[in-house]
Ligand binder design. Structure first.
Ligand SMILES: [Zn+2]
Length: 220
């Protein structure tokens, strides 16, 4: 593959996956061997984290390279191969040509809402309105079936992340850092909502306040 066709440098992408995996684990967004992260290397190949390995202590050599078109493993490195949840990532990449990274995790508070079957639509803070105005809920699908990637397709073009019913959360973006930061914001918003519910009535921003924010930040 000529370097000119590469979206990102492969060595840097491997190091970035290790870094993001450690941050996900340190913040408690994944437990045991859960979660998976990927980066799109070029038009045809995706670099992804290994299955059955804690995301807190991965090695760059354990990452797997799979073919975007059919998920075939092109290079498993010295790891156990890609996650069985990889089709979720590939479905997002196939739907949007500009996507370069996908992060899937099970953050505790966001997953609690996902298990309750709730979308995260409360307008709590200006930052959320600007950066992550809504976090929809993808309907439950049996793991490792085609229904899983299909469940997120309605949101891939319109949102930056969604909850996965009875499962967890997923975010996507044009670069890995942005996709990771969206996962942080998603979990923060979920945790804040649950704290507020414990305190009583949840106060949301008013429609007038949201309009002012939208005008100020040029939101559609
Ligand atoms: Zn999962």
């Amino acid at each position: 593959m000529p370097m000119t066709n590469m979206f990102v440098d492969e060595t840097e992408a491997r190091e970035a996956l290790v870094d993001v995996g450690r941050r996900l684990w340190e913040r408690g967004y994944v437990s045991a061997n859960d979660g998976n992260v990927s980066v799109r290397l070029d038009q045809e190949r995706v670099l992804c984290t290994p299955t059955m390995v804690s995301k807190g202590c991965m090695r760059t050599s354990e990452m797997a390279i799979v073919r975007l078109a059919d998920g075939a493993v092109l290079d498993a490195g010295d790891g156990p191969g890609p996650s069985s949840e990889l089709p979720l990532h590939l479905g997002a990449y196939r739907a949007r040509d500009d996507l370069r990274a996908v992060v899937h995790a099970h953050p505790l508070h966001a997953t609690a809402l996902a298990i309750r079957g709730e979308a995260l639509t409360a307008r709590l803070m200006p930052e959320s309105v600007v950066a992550l105005p809504r976090i929809p809920l993808a309907p439950y699908a049996t793991p490792s079936t085609d229904a899983v990637p299909a469940s997120i397709l309605p949101f891939v073009h319109t949102d930056r992340a969604c909850l996965l019913e009875q499962h967890g959360a997923i975010s996507w973006d044009a670069d890995l850092e942005s996709a990771y930061l969206t996962m942080e914001r998603l979990e923060y918003t979920a945790q804040m909502l649950l704290i507020l519910r414990g305190l009583g009535e949840v106060r949301e921003l008013s429609p007038a306040q949201i309009n002012q924010i939208s005008d100020r930040f040029g939101l559609g």
